[in-house]
Design a protein around this ligand. Structure first.
Ligand code: ASP
Length: 341
């Protein structure tokens, strides 16, 4: 069990929820889990997940990778809900399709002092799910198990805090854990593991709102440390193309400067490669890279992962810098862990 923090373990002091002083006492909220499995508890981080950064994803991935050959049947990651879907996506890309054990993220909407809350039950359920022959990174929350790279947080109060908008859950938690046919199952023979736990730190995301002037964003393109831009658009990737509000010159300039720019949707996992509207089609023609029906979280995490991969390729001269955008486009369109259709 890799502990990183979150409400599930927080304590309330003067009505403010804070990470506990001593995370090692966390398992006392559900001592019965020791009857389900033999558990090694690792305090890796102790944060509100609001403060997670890409190097934390690498640390989580490494903590699991270091233990893969030590005989553990599964891993549970205790994590805050706010960015759990980002971390779960990151670990899915880090391990790729060769992962042959369950990696189960969980957290809670309430701390354990709320008797009718979900801290205790989610912990027990996550341990139970980690005993199943699941071979992928998942989020076990409430009554369902979601593919990590497809999930997103959908509510800040309800005990059903997560959803996977483009695909059904991979398992249902009832008296039995019902694995759905889509879940990746453990195989008897080991599969080759392509472990890549690095993520580019230097991207920005811009969310479109009506009347946003691209001229305010133009200085971004001058930054020598900027490696990529996520433009969160309307509908199926529609971008304003009218008068001084047109983002097309901004996209063209990013392209000219060899800065990859991906477009995501403000809708849940809408497909950004099939806009039939002129503003969407023109954005792609100007050089924007679509992200299919990935969630916004999965697309941004994959972008960081691919940019890191590419900087290694460019460093070792496998790819030339001038091919960067074409290569990002090809890799973004490649499904690695069922993160897109
Ligand atoms: N802010 C908290 C966190 O993400 C929320 C939670 O855990 O539910 O760590």
């Amino acid at each position: 069990m890799i502990y990183t923090g979150g409400t599930i373990a927080m304590s309330r002091e003067q009505d403010v929820l804070r990470p506990p002083q001593d995370p090692s006492s966390f398992l006392s909220i559900a001592p019965e889990i020791h009857g389900l499995a033999e558990i090694e508890f690792v305090t890796l981080l102790n944060k509100d997940s609001t403060n997670m950064v890409p190097s934390d994803w690498s640390a989580m991935a490494n903590a699991i990778h270091d233990r893969l050959d030590l005989g553990f049947g599964g891993f549970v990651v205790i994590h805050g809900t706010d960015t759990m879907h980002h971390s779960a996506s990151a670990l899915a890309f880090a391990f790729g399709s060769g992962l042959n054990v369950p990696v189960v993220f969980t957290g809670a909407q309430t701390d354990a002092s709320v008797l009718h809350g979900d801290a205790r039950i989610n912990l027990i359920r996550a341990v139970r799910v980690a005993l199943e022959p699941i071979a992928e990174v998942v989020i076990a929350f409430g009554d369902y198990v979601y593919r990590g790279s497809r999930a997103q947080k959908c509510d800040r109060r309800l005990f059903r805090a997560f959803e996977s908008p483009a695909v059904p859950p991979v398992a249902t938690i009832s008296e039995k854990i019902l694995l759905h046919p889509s879940v990746h199952r453990v195989t008897p023979e080991q599969r080759p593991l392509d472990f890549r736990p690095s993520f580019d730190a230097d991207i920005v995301q811009v969310t479109l709102i009506p009347g946003l002037k691209p001229s305010l964003m133009a200085p971004l393109l001058e930054s020598s440390s900027l490696h990529g831009i996520v433009l969160q658009c309307y509908g199926a990737g529609n971008v304003p193309d009218f008068e001084e509000y047109s983002f097309l010159p901004f996209i063209e300039e990013a392209f000219r400067r060899n800065i990859p720019l991906i477009i995501t949707s403000q809708f849940s996992a809408d497909s950004t490669d099939d806009s039939s509207y002129e503003p969407g089609v023109k954005a792609i023609q100007a050089g924007a890279i679509p992200t299919g029906n990935m969630t916004g979280a999965a697309a941004a995490v994959k972008f960081r992962w691919i940019l890191s991969l590419l900087s290694q390729e460019i460093h070792s001269r496998v790819t030339v810098s001038s091919d960067k955008i074409a290569r990002v486009k090809a890799l973004m369109a490649t499904p690695y862990v069922d993160e897109m259709d």
